[in-house]
Design a protein around this ligand. Structure first.
Ligand code: NAD
Ligand code: DAU
Length: 351
């Protein structure tokens, strides 16, 4: 299959690109305009492969997207490009509306124009897969059942509101125009190449450098952690086997509160790279909370597991150990990010 994938230089997109090139026979055109979150290094292991190409194009630019569709003749779109960090969306929501809403609208319209001209056989086989988040469902109390595909939308941050808007656009293009779209809503990912503004890579790097570990509030907020390579496999299954009009809620059944996650990181690092100054838990600091901080996310992935014949293979302990080992071996990847690419945004927030 020829897949036009957006956001392939980011964290999850690059894991999907690597998976597609290394473990399938699909071709990839990676459409990524390289914001602060994108890096060519994330796809360096496959960039010389003849089945891979990159186009430095912004998804809000219809004029640049149209010829890409015409010349590449994709059989599927996997749409991952987005502004993805909640704290940044609180500091500056405009970029989130631009990319996540206007960008998704633009991509849908260009895809629809291209799809309209295909033969009916190619139209039937075409897929537009939209990669979204569980944050569109709002947040759960301690005893609420996990999110499913049927959970009503209730986004609470500028990030999740723009992702919810994009999900609605995608479903409208399916119902109104018949574009064969499907949506995946996934819980928190972690793993290699994770930009160090998100909880897990931030804590690994700060702990390694002996810096304070800023835990928002009391660290009681719960996230459901999915190893990124498991997610990449699920997304590829969805584009290969998913049904137009369907939604797949993807998760690993690994809910943990933030303090527990940070303590696990400290313990693994203490074992792999002992600190002469003592156990790293000493670095934990409770800082002021994220405004509107969602309390708990958790996904019931039963439908995705059954329909896609997929199951996450990493529990949090296994995935964290691999992730920490990767950061220990790849300081050449994250050091320059801290020095040059961070573009002034605070690391870790709080006060
Ligand atoms: P990321 O921020 O690491 O990467 C985003 C990528 O998109 C970057 O390479 C960036 O350069 C590119 N991009 C941004 N704006 C663009 C634009 N206007 N045009 C072209 N390219 C653009 O994001 P991520 O964490 O890999 O998330 C990927 C997708 O998965 C997003 O849609 C996100 O909402 C969704 N998601 C993420 C998680 C998670 O835990 N990270 C969980 C569920 C869903
Ligand atoms: O649920 C899926 C979502 O997961 C994705 O859609 C988002 O793109 C992704 O960024 C992630 O959102 P979160 O807000 O859950 O991730 P983040 O890593 O920013 O924060 C995880 C938890 O850790 C959250 O409860 C806030 C807390 N936190 C985060 C940072 C950066 C801290 O306590 N301290 C921190 O410094």
């Amino acid at each position: 299959m020829r897949i036009l994938l957006t956001g392939g230089c980011g964290f999850i997109g690059s894991a999907v690109v690597r998976y597609l090139i290394e473990q399938t026979s699909h071709d990839v055109l990676n459409v990524d305009c390289m914001t602060y979150a994108g890096s060519a290094e994330n796809v360096a292991s496959v960039s010389e492969n003849a089945r891979y190409r990159h186009a430095l194009v912004n998804i809000i630019d219809a004029k640049a997207l149209k010829p890409l569709f015409e010349s590449y003749q994709p059989e599927a779109v996997m749409h991952l490009a987005a502004e993805s960090h909640v704290d940044r969306s609180i500091d500056g929501p405009g970029a989130f509306v631009q990319t996540n809403v206007t960008g998704t609208y633009t991509l849908l319209e260009v895809a629809r124009g291209y799809w309209n001209k295909l033969s009916s056989e190619r139209q039937k086989k075409f897929r537009f897969q939209h990669i979204s988040t569980d944050e569109v469902f709002g947040h759960l109390d301690e005893n609420d059942p996990p999110f499913t595909e049927k959970t009503p939308y209730d986004p609470r941050s500028p990030y999740s509101a723009t992702k919810a808007a994009s999900d609605h656009l995608v479903r409208a293009w399916y119902s109104t125009y018949g574009l064969p779209c499907l949506v995946t809503n996934t819980t928190n990912n972690y793993g290699p190449f994770h930009f160090p503004e998100k909880l897990i890579p931030l804590m690994i790097i700060k702990a390694l450098r002996g810096e304070e570990l800023p835990v928002y509030g009391q660290g009681k907020n719960i996230r459901d952690w999915l190893y990124v390579e498991d997610h990449a496999e699920a997304l590829v299954r969805a584009v290969e086997r998913g049904k137009p009009g369907d939604t797949y809620a993807i998760g690993a059944r690994q809910p943990h509160d933030n303090l527990e996650v940070v303590k696990k990181i400290c313990a693994i690092l203490d074992e792999l790279r002992p600190d002469e100054a003592g156990p790293r838990e000493r670095l934990i600091r409770f800082v002021s909370d994220r405004p509107g901080h969602d309390f708990r996310y958790e996904i019931d992935p039963s439908h995705a597991e059954e329909a896609l014949e997929w199951k996450a293979t990493h529990d949090l302990d296994t995935g964290l150990r691999k992730t920490i080992q990767w950061y220990l071996n790849h300081s050449a990847w994250w050091q320059p990010i801290l020095e040059h690419r961070y573009k002034g945004h605070r690391l870790g927030g709080g006060s």
